[in-house]
Design a protein around this ligand. Structure first.
Ligand code: GLU
Length: 435
């Protein structure tokens, strides 16, 4: 006999199978994070199920002609997690391991992030399961254009606005903008952000995520009495986020002692020469083989003595397997979802401060918002103005969540989720159900 179970698959509110947590993947992690804040949501908790179900998900086939004359098919996704506070907003990543579950989690984290910094957006994310390193430039353009045409059904300047993410850049955004514009018959600059400055992009957007990581990090360091000059910093990922953050911390007098990327880990106790390391990585595709540094085994990165650790690569890097080993006082999450909930608990017990992704890397989408506003008004701001507004928003957001964390004695991540979920569900409640 099957026991009756209110949360079983037959219950009216049971999640569809593809939404159920496996407690291993990013979507499972997001569901756990929502469960942690539900007790703090008061009356709004009656809407919390909304967050556990993305509003709209599109899976598309992306066929392209390869240079060798054959046709290849890739799987593409665009997930709009929530649009209660405004249009969907979030990047597009090209990676061989992208899955629907991952894109669902990334879109949900965008909802939280956008609400946390109070930009008028919901959350969305897209991806193509492809290794762009295996494609020629022409093939990359064809993949991008076909994908954009396919998701053209649901994106648009007031509907859902993509942007760069892992392995996508200004050129990819230019192709996306052009493809969408050609299909609708007008130049629609506001359909994507992170575009080249010559095409309606914003000054400061390229560095914005890394600058945000640095800004939030410096502000948190001040609050815990950690001096940035002389502090030892370890960075995982030397892309658009980690590379900029490493440069800014080095310029502020910190010692960037270790950098890890997909192909190598380099270490120098006195501090790596970051401009030289960035030039080496640009020329060789990796930090591996950088002269003037010691090469470390990949796993040894987590044992490096440092004050600040910046994971700025992919999800689920800090887990229960290595959280007990970290030597840092503070973790600044440049990546989305780099720390699992179990690792979060271990770090909190050990007194390591975690600046969560949904605040720490929100600089990118904040300047995306500035770009979108500039595109709509066709009036462009100076870089100083942009950076000034960026710093103001991020410091204000950190201040708010810091207070909530102290008030409820919770982590900054839980505090950020409390603030963001309140904002999202308040909007949901005010709008009501229709039809
Ligand atoms: N992909 C970035 C993120 O994860 C930026 C998204 C955007 O600018 O829309 O926050």
């Amino acid at each position: 006999m099957t026991p009756s179970n209110a949360t079983g698959p037959r219950a009216a509110h049971a999640l569809p199978s593809y939404l159920q947590a496996d407690h291993l993947g990013p979507w499972g992690i997001f569901l756990q994070q929502v469960d942690r804040v539900t007790p703090y949501l008061g009356d709004l908790a009656r809407w919390v199920e909304t967050l556990k179900r993305p509003k709209r998900m599109l899976i598309v086939d992306v066929p392209i002609l390869l240079d060798n004359g054959t046709v290849a098919h890739f799987e593409g996704y665009r997930v709009q997690h929530n649009t209660s506070r405004g249009p969907g907003k979030g990047g597009v990543r090209f990676h061989q391991d992208v899955t629907l579950s991952e894109v669902m989690a990334l879109s949900a984290w965008m909802s939280i992030k956008n609400a946390a910094v109070n930009v008028p957006y919901g959350g969305a994310k897209g991806g193509i399961r492809v290794d762009p390193r295996q494609l020629s430039l022409g093939e990359l353009e064809r993949v991008t254009r076909r994908y954009t045409s396919e998701i053209g059904l649901i994106i648009g300047p007031t509907k859902d606005i993509p942007a760069p993410d892992v392995n996508t850049n200004e050129q990819v955004m230019a192709w996306m903008m052009d493809t969408y514009s050609m299909n609708v018959g007008e130049t629609a600059t506001g359909v994507v952000t992170g575009k080249p400055v010559d095409l309606g992009g914003s000054l400061g957007r390229r560095d914005a995520t890394g600058r945000g990581v640095f800004t939030v990090g410096v502000e948190a360091a001040r609050r815990i009495g950690l001096a940035v000059p002389g502090a030892a910093v370890a960075v995982q990922g030397l892309g658009n986020v980690g590379g900029v953050a490493a440069r800014l911390f080095a310029e502020a007098g910190a010692r960037v002692v270790a950098v890890q990327d997909h192909a190598g880990t380099v270490y120098r106790e006195a501090g790596l020469d970051i401009p030289a390391l960035l030039a080496h990585a640009a020329a060789h595709g990796s930090v591996a083989g950088f002269p003037g540094a010691e090469a470390l085994a990949s796993d040894a990165f987590w044992d490096v003595p440092c004050d600040i650790l910046i994971p700025a690569a992919l999800e689920q890097q800090i887990t229960e397997a290595n959280a007990g080993r970290l030597r840092a006082r503070m973790v600044i999450e440049g990546a989305n979802g780099p720390t699992t909930p179990l690792a979060d608990d271990i770090l909190r017990e050990r007194g390591v401060l975690v600046l969560p992704d949904v605040i720490a890397n929100a600089g990118g989408v904040t300047v995306s918002y500035f770009e979108w506003v500039q595109d709509f008004s066709s009036f462009f701001w100076s870089e100083e103005e942009i950076n000034e507004r960026l710093v103001k928003i991020l410091k204000g957001a950190l201040d708010t969540v810091w207070q909530v964390a102290e008030e409820h004695r919770v982590s900054l991540r839980t505090a950020t989720f409390i603030v963001a979920c309140h904002r999202i569900l308040r909007a949901r409640d005010l709008r009501g159900l229709y039809p």
